[in-house]
Design a protein around this ligand. Structure first.
Ligand code: HEC
Length: 107
């Protein structure tokens, strides 16, 4: 009985972690966010003067998707404001994109 219970817990734990495997590590992403805070604010509140939008309250998947599009140049190519984000996104590895997006989702 104990073995079955243990097995169930392990199975559940591994199912849960595989479901979360696409999600980033918010604690690790905090360090990457320090540079972002210069424009987007420490709490992700945005800064209109810098034309930097609020990020707080946004979903991690959308932040990550935007960063990937800035990184590959599909977003920011023909827009000087959006182009400021291209080098920011290029600094980040794919893992850092997932992590910083997870952090922003906590703001
Ligand atoms: C030099 C200022 C600056 C810095 C630093 C900066 N950003 Fe931005 N960010 C902007 C601007 C300006 C925009 C608006 C782009 C546009 O109009 O499309 C933007 C847009 C974004 C968007 C899109 C938001 C949306 O609603 O579509 C995301 C996501 C984002 N930034 C994340 C980050 C992250 C993560 C970092 C740190 C790695 C960062 N930014 C650093 C200026 C900055």
């Amino acid at each position: 009985m104990k073995t079955i219970l243990l097995f169930s817990i392990i199975t559940l734990a591994s199912l849960t972690s595989s479901n979360l495997s696409a999600a980033g590590d918010a604690a690790a992403g905090k360090a990457s966010y320090m540079i972002c805070a210069a424009c987007h604010g420490v709490k992700g509140e945005g800064n209109r003067g810098m034309q930097s939008p609020r990020l707080a309250g946004q979903d991690a998947w959308y932040i990550a998707s935007s960063l990937k599009r800035f990184k590959d140049g599909t977003r920011g190519a023909n827009d000087p404001v959006a182009a400021t984000m291209v080098p920011m996104a290029k600094m980040l590895s794919d893992k850092q994109i997932e992590d910083v997006s997870a952090y922003i989702a906590t703001l």
